[in-house]
Write a protein that binds this ligand. Structure first.
Ligand SMILES: NC(=O)c1ccc[n+]([C@@H]2O[C@H](COP(=O)([O-])OP(=O)(O)OC[C@H]3O[C@@H](n4cnc5c(N)ncnc54)[C@H](OP(=O)(O)O)[C@@H]3O)[C@@H](O)[C@H]2O)c1
Length: 332
């Protein structure tokens, strides 16, 4: 079968190779992948910026496809079902945080950028009927991360003013869609005026260019301040995020695309009763609740671009350049 592996000896750091089809274990199912999606994590792996990297491992955490075979201990009626895959394994018993054994498909174990993947049977879920293969593949990791950030950690309420930063990003797209579905008033930020317009067309109230130095003060004046901010960039923008908050607001961050904050105004944080909350992906209950939300509100993931496996390098470069508005899909 074809698979896209990490290969750091090459200029592109990835390679489309021929591999043996996986062997399905007793408690596993074999999924024939119809579509897979990239997450920024795949690009961090390609850049060598992810822990425990191993060359030859198939990348990719997100996938949707058909169950082709099942292990000896798995219900055979699953064969032929259309499914998507929960990429998080071994969260553990503590709802508040993942165990040390927590693992994400696509490094260090083989991932979804392949024609076939064998996964534990409890990782698969029925594909929401309204979704195409590409849309279903777009959902798992980013949808789960956005759900936990917004609902579990952010405790979003109808009527809340919510700022979702970097709206071109995969997680940000879901956070904005989920917040709108739950009755929040959504504001967005981006480096691109075109992306802001697209987000407004999708229901956002207005948008701000985070590349402009005074954007946070403008946002505060125009909106009266946020109850909740969902951010995946961190870096120096964190102090701007504190400026756009109403007293008592929550800033939930799930990533650090821009690295660590240089300076954090501690006084602003405590005097305004702000909460700075970290989050990562989500547990199995979060995944189920996220799927229910998607089904209930008929949410359609935004697919930016579909690439064939043969153009994997272009797909990864597209993510590296931050050109996307939504998810980047790879099809075997
Ligand atoms: N902890 C977790 O479980 C988890 C899960 C998923 C992702 N993440 C992390 O979260 C980050 C985003 O992931 P993703 O997969 O959604 O990535 P992505 O689809 O590649 O999106 C990246 C987006 O970041 C935005 N951005 C860049 N600099 C920014 C800044 N200074 N302020 C605000 N936004 C900025 C850009 O938005 P514009 O194009 O609109 O400017 C860009 O499109 C990555 O660092 C990733 O590793 C963590």
């Amino acid at each position: 079968m074809k698979g896209i592996v990490l290969q750091r000896g090459l200029a592109s750091n990835i390679q489309l190779v021929e591999l043996p089809k996986p062997v399905v274990g007793p408690t596993e199912v074999m999924v024939q992948v119809k579509a897979a999606a990239l997450n920024h994590r795949d690009e961090w792996c390609r850049k060598g910026l992810y822990p425990n990297l191993r060359d030859g491992v198939i990348l990719g955490s997100d996938g949707a496809g058909l169950v082709e075979d099942v292990g000896a201990e798995v219900d055979p009626s699953l064969i032929g079902q259309e499914v998507l895959i929960n990429p998080g394994k071994n969260w553990g018993a503590n709802e508040k945080a993942q165990s040390k054994e927590f693992e994400i498909l696509g490094m260090p174990s083989h991932g979804t950028l392949a024609e076939y993947i064998a996964v534990p049977a409890d990782r698969i879920h029925s594909k929401p009927k309204q979704l195409s293969w590409e849309e279903a593949a777009a959902l798992p990791l980013a949808g789960l991360t956005a759900y936990r950030a917004l609902v579990v950690k952010g405790q979003v309420q109808a009527g809340d003013q919510v700022l979702v930063t970097g709206i071109g990003g995969g997680v940000a797209q879901f956070a904005a869609q989920f917040a709108l579905a739950l009755g929040a008033k959504v504001f967005v930020s981006s480096s691109s005026a075109e992306k802001l317009e697209q987000a407004i067309a999708q229901g956002a109230s207005s948008g701000f260019m985070y590349t402009e130095s005074n954007w946070s003060m403008q946002a505060l004046q125009q909106t009266g301040g946020m109850d909740l901010v969902i951010d995946g960039a961190s870096g120096n923008t964190l102090s701007n995020l504190m400026e756009v908050c109403r007293p008592g607001a929550r800033i939930v961050f799930y990533g650090a695309t821009r690295g660590n904050p240089g300076q954090l105004e501690a006084r602003k944080l405590f005097w305004n009763q702000l909460q700075l909350i970290g989050t990562t992906m989500g547990n199995d209950a979060d995944f189920l609740n996220m799927l229910q939300l998607v089904e209930k509100f008929k949410i359609k993931p935004v697919v930016d671009h579909c690439f064939p496996f043969s153009q994997a390098e272009q797909a990864f470069d597209h993510m590296k350049e931050g050109k996307q508005f939504g998810k980047i899909i790879l099809v075997p």
